[in-house]
Design a protein around this ligand. Structure first.
Ligand code: SF4
Length: 458
């Protein structure tokens, strides 16, 4: 096998890992009495497969018989597809640690800048089809439609009975109608059952094929999948951390990804940029406290923005005096105590009823009797972030450039259009291998195979 073949690196890399410490388990082949395969051989097979767009266990088995690179890598071992599939299932959580081991190896090679991370999310399709996913809203809508159609058909049926239609084809059309009604009744019963399940479990959605998959929106298109979060280092666009969730939005997912990346990269602090979909005060605060200094632009949410009134940015807060100055130059002072809006998050209201009453700008400010501005109890964390962003507006362009490369590569070049496995833990294992394969490809391009092999053996 030539020195520059990626299988040489896979071999050296896996041999250098302490697989017991990473949590790998031995899998037993189908025939009883034989010892299980060494996890290192099976792991090498999977890394090779994900690097070469061969992800299914049946195809991997086929490669062990006909692909010279795989035959060399596997030392002519030929596990059957069931054993290969079982290995992936049994070791799904350990793959993340292999991914992190490779991040550390690249860190030693100085491939991570360790100064700026871009965090972003995308949806990757689950095994579950859209028509096998039900939300509370879709069930309510479908049941209402069914009831309406049923009523119409039953009315047609009773009219036919009244006419006592025994003309040509009369019996046949009555039979057809009866069959349609029965089918609709059966579907209605099924949907009502799903509705009951959602009520009992308190879940928002029900997916029949993969119960963990969720319908979620990305770029205005809704599909059933998983929410993939990655933290990408700005220096060479290598992934520093990856997480898979079935939460439909990115809100609240920043710290978990950014802080895990910071720890693997071995730095006290670094900067983290993300889009406005991550803007939520408790996550911003936690991220900053963890040493991952966030840069997240503020979205214009709320009724004032949607109605076209002055947005909150037009109101200046004076921390010393604890009041806001509104666009009309009036002081809005604190009224009442703090109010809980979410667990651990409080807001305080500011207003000046008298000033609003005769204000010439009122039509641009509010349609109520007076304008009220709310402030989070610890909103200074958002003020600090706004100042950082004002000092470095170019960081938002860096975010886009940094995350586009891995997501583009993973989805198109690597053929990762959909997951093969069901359930969140299995999908997490799958994506760890995908992200590892992306990083290996990228590192090969950056430093070449001999350098990677030396680093793996060091
Ligand atoms: S309506 Fe009230 S808050 Fe708005 S600009 Fe006028 S005085 Fe200020």
């Amino acid at each position: 096998m030539c020195e520059n073949n990626p299988v040489r690196f896979i071999d050296a890399f896996v041999d250098g890992l302490d697989l017991d410490a990473l949590g790998f388990k031995r899998v037993k082949p189908k025939a009883t009495g034989r010892p299980g395969y060494d996890p290192s051989d099976m792991l090498k097979l999977y890394i090779y497969g994900y690097l070469n767009r061969v992800r299914s266990s049946r195809r991997l088995e086929a490669e062990t018989h006909r692909n010279l690179e795989v035959i060399w890598l596997m030392r002519q071992l030929k596990p059957d597809f069931k054993t290969i599939a079982d290995f992936r299932k049994a070791n799904r959580t350990a793959f993340r640690e292999v991914f992190r081991s490779f991040v550390r190896l690249c860190r030693e090679l100085d491939l991570y800048g360790r100064e700026l991370l871009a965090v972003d999310g995308t949806r990757i399709k689950a095994v579950n089809n859209k028509d096998r996913n039900f939300t509370k809203a879709s069930l309510k809508r479908d049941l209402a439609r069914l009831d309406e159609r049923l009523e119409r058909y039953l009315k047609d049926m009773s009219e036919a009975d009244t006419r006592d239609d025994d003309g040509p084809g009369g019996d046949a059309s009555a039979k057809k109608l009866t069959e349609k009604i029965e089918t609709m009744k059966a579907r209605r019963e099924r949907l009502a059952g799903y509705q009951k399940t959602l009520e009992e479990t308190g879940e928002d959605q029900l997916s029949l094929t993969d119960p963990d998959a969720r319908a979620m929106e990305r770029n205005t298109r809704v599909g059933v999948g998983y929410n993939i979060q990655i933290a990408v280092d700005a220096k060479h666009k290598l992934i520093a951390e990856q997480q898979v969730h079935n939460k439909v939005s990115d809100l609240g997912l920043l710290t978990e990804t950014a802080d895990a990346a910071r720890k693997t990269l071995g730095v006290e602090t670094l900067d983290v940029v993300a889009d406005k979909g991550y803007f939520v005060i408790e996550d911003v605060e936690a991220c900053e406290a963890a040493g991952a200094i966030p840069f997240v632009p503020k979205p214009q949410r709320g009724s004032a923005a949607s109605k076209g009134f002055f947005v909150k940015d037009r109101f200046r807060y004076d921390a010393k005096a604890n009041h806001y100055t509104c666009p009309g130059g009036q002081e809005l002072t604190q009224q009442g105590g703090k109010r809980v809006v979410r667990k651990g998050v409080h807001v305080i209201g500011y207003q000046n009823r008298r000033a609003c009453k005769n204000c010439p700008l009122k039509a641009s400010c509010t349609d109520a009797a007076f304008r009220k501005v709310t402030r989070y109890e610890r909103e200074e964390v958002l003020d600090r972030m706004a100042e950082r962003l004002a000092d470095r507006p170019e960081i938002l362009d860096a975010r886009r450039e940094t995350v586009e490369h891995p997501f583009g590569s993973i989805k198109q070049w690597m053929g990762q259009g959909a997951f093969l496995m069901k359930r969140l833990d299995n999908v997490r294992g799958e994506f760890s291998l995908t992200a590892l394969a992306y990083n290996i490809r990228r590192a090969i391009t950056l430093v070449g195979i001999p350098t990677l092999i030396d680093a793996a053996r060091a």
